[in-house]
Design a protein around this ligand. Structure first.
Ligand SMILES: O=C(O)c1cc(=O)[nH]c(=O)n1[C@@H]1O[C@H](COP(=O)(O)O)[C@@H](O)[C@H]1O
Length: 236
């Protein structure tokens, strides 16, 4: 499924239940944004909510960050494809066999299959956090390593910080999709994010899609916040 307008903003519906999520969604325009359903909302409201969002005309990024053995993960990715989502993700640190199994499993879905994306280094992590799990390389180097692995496995792109986008576009080519959370307009709180960038800078750096949650969903006027970001990035 592919929205003809190809909106670059993906609103992260990080809500505790479908009631507040749908309250916001009812005011949104599928021509201006896509929607991301993550672990909290999916665990409460499940596939029915995803189908409802799709019936409203929205492309859905199912962000469950699968990370398991190849057989389990590829079956989960196929379940996401059956649901008709636009994008689904796995953790690149699941490794070559896992990512390859997922890509192969999606082949039967043909050109309408979801985009298959791998998470590199979470945008909430900095060099100290990586050192804590035994990775002494910089976040940038680790992201590059995992992006190369992801591309070699034939996936469509990665989730990374926009800070890494220029390097990744140079290394992996223009077609390799970069999905970037950690987006913060200048006035927004950083929260738990570490590697952040503004919407304009992120697109200029090479991001293909901006994942934005709290700067929209926690704004006093979420619709106005989305409209402002949309106006800011339109035409970039
Ligand atoms: O895969 C993701 O979407 C993701 C990866 C990552 O490295 N960092 C990250 O923040 N995310 C998601 O992107 C969204 C960011 O939300 P805000 O920080 O509220 O804008 C959340 O739903 C996260 O789960």
């Amino acid at each position: 499924m592919q929205n003809q307008n190809d909106p670059k903003i993906i609103v992260a519906l990080d809500f505790p239940s479908e009631t507040p999520a749908l309250e916001l969604v009812d005011k949104l325009d599928p021509a201006k944004c896509r929607l991301k359903v993550g672990k909290e909302l999916f665990t409460r409201s499940g596939p029915q909510l995803v189908e409802r969002l799709q019936k409203h005309g929205f492309d859905v990024f199912l962000d469950l960050k699968f990370h398991d053995i190849p057989n389990t993960t590829s079956a989960a990715v196929a379940a996401a494809a059956d649901l008709g989502v636009w994008m689904v993700n796995v953790h690149a640190s699941g490794g070559e066999k896992m990512m390859t199994a997922c890509r192969e499993r999606l082949e039967v879905f043909g050109p309408d299959r979801p985009l298959l994306i791998a998470v590199t280094v979470l945008t909430s992590m900095n060099a100290d956090d990586l050192a804590g799990i035994g990775i002494t390389d910089s976040p940038e180097a680790q992201v590059s390593r995992l992006a190369t692995l992801t591309k070699n496995c034939g996936l469509d792109g990665v989730v990374c910080s926009a800070q890494e986008a220029p390097k990744l576009k140079a290394e992996q080519g223009a077609d390799f999709q970069l999905i970037t959370p950690g987006i913060r307009p200048l006035t927004a709180d950083k929260g738990d994010q570490q590697r952040i960038m503004t919407p304009t800078d992120a697109l200029k750096a090479g991001s293909d899609y901006l994942v934005i949650g709290r700067p929209i969903t926690r704004a006093a006027d979420p619709l106005a916040a989305l409209e402002a970001i949309h106006a800011e990035v339109q035409g970039l």
